[in-house]
Design a protein. Structure first.
Ligand code: AMP
Ligand code: MG
Length: 327
């Protein structure tokens, strides 16, 4: 498939004929936990997208993530924890962080927090930043792996860097099939779009670095404070890079109709070749977004057109991803 990551020439470090697909029953969870403890990579389901997990305290294991993804080393990783207590061993959580954790954890919110001195985190995880991105996921299979292993797990999306994110085991296989030995099968991801990333600033301000399933309005309701003015122009969260989630073909947005050479992704009244949501439901659209982009990438048509999606609620995150897919 013509994903942009295919342009990256390096060979897989440890070629596997085929990753082993693990069922998330007790034996599968134990096997995943054992592999992670041994420093191997495991693709794991979360409620957002599939993650490529490694133990966050091992420089070698974390280096393997960057290699498998072809990820630039300036792009730090999100670390997944079981609960607030584990988060506090890694980062400093102030009252705001605790309020957000109480409201949204386990769930699709990542917080960028000060890294705790002496935290057992490989330096490459934070790419040298004094902060660390932490999330407590809700997916039962991922939670079981966190519990069984006792590890904090660094886990970016389980795709080659810059390509479309995976929301099914098949997506993981097509992007990283020869680079990851184990895939834990948790079915299709429910939310389907990456976590919201919020940065809590030392001066008391906060900003959304990446829109996601939890909206800025929900965060500001909990914090009782509006976000800082949009000063976050630096590449602080490289998921914000202009081109990301690239299906490897030109993408045209706001397309009510499509040309003959375009695979048309619909929404609501715009039917398309395949729809994000026939009923115009934004949560369903988010859950189906990456599957639609994967299918569009694999379709015969050389171009992709996408119907307009309203910019409200999680629609803001969908449009954010579509703009980067089109860039
Ligand atoms: P992904 O690779 O899809 O899991 O995305 C991870 C995102 O988290 C990227 O956009 C990273 O830049 C962002 N991130 C991780 N750690 C930090 C941090 N300390 N500060 C800001 N953004 C971060
Ligand atoms: Mg990603």
């Amino acid at each position: 498939m013509a994903y942009s990551a295919a342009a990256m020439p390096d060979k897989p470090q440890a070629p596997h004929l085929r990753p082993q697909l693990l069922v998330p029953d007790p034996a599968g969870i134990a096997a995943a936990a054992q592999a992670l403890l041994a420093g191997q990579l495991v693709a794991v389901p979360t409620e957002t997208v599939y993650g490529l997990a490694a133990r966050a305290d091992s420089a070698d294991a974390v280096a393997a993530i960057y290699r498998a993804k072809g990820r630039p080393d300036f792009n730090p990783l999100i670390v997944h924890v079981l609960d607030v207590a584990q988060a506090e061993t890694i980062a400093v959580l102030d009252d705001r962080a605790k309020q957000l954790a109480a409201a949204f954890w386990p769930g699709a919110l990542t917080m960028v927090l000060p890294l705790r001195a002496g935290a057992r985190i490989a330096p490459a995880v934070t790419a040298g930043l004094p902060t660390i991105a932490l999330r407590c996921p809700a997916h039962p299979a991922m939670r079981s792996v966190l519990l069984e292993s006792g590890l904090a797990l660094a886990a970016p999306s389980a795709n080659r860097s810059g390509a479309v994110s995976p929301t099914t085991p098949a997506h993981v296989m097509s992007s990283l099939g020869d680079r990851v030995p184990l895939v834990l099968d948790g079915g299709a991801c429910a939310a389907g779009i990456e976590s919201t990333i919020v940065a809590l600033r030392a001066d008391g301000g906060w900003q959304v670095l990446r829109p996601g399933p939890i909206t800025e309005a929900q965060i500001s309701t909990v914090l009782g404070q509006e976000s800082d003015a949009a000063t976050s122009t630096g590449i602080e969260a490289p998921g914000q890079l202009a081109s990301h989630y690239a299906p490897g073909k030109p993408v045209r947005l706001d397309a009510e109709a499509a040309a003959a050479d375009e695979f048309h992704i619909g929404f609501g009244v715009v039917a398309g070749d395949m729809t994000l949501s026939a009923s115009g439901d934004l949560a369903e659209a988010a859950a189906r977004l990456y599957d639609c982009l994967h299918r569009a990438a694999a379709a015969d048509q050389p171009r992709i057109a996408v119907a307009p999606v309203p910019d409200e609620g999680i629609g803001a995150a969908i449009n954010d991803r579509l703009r980067r897919a089109a860039a």
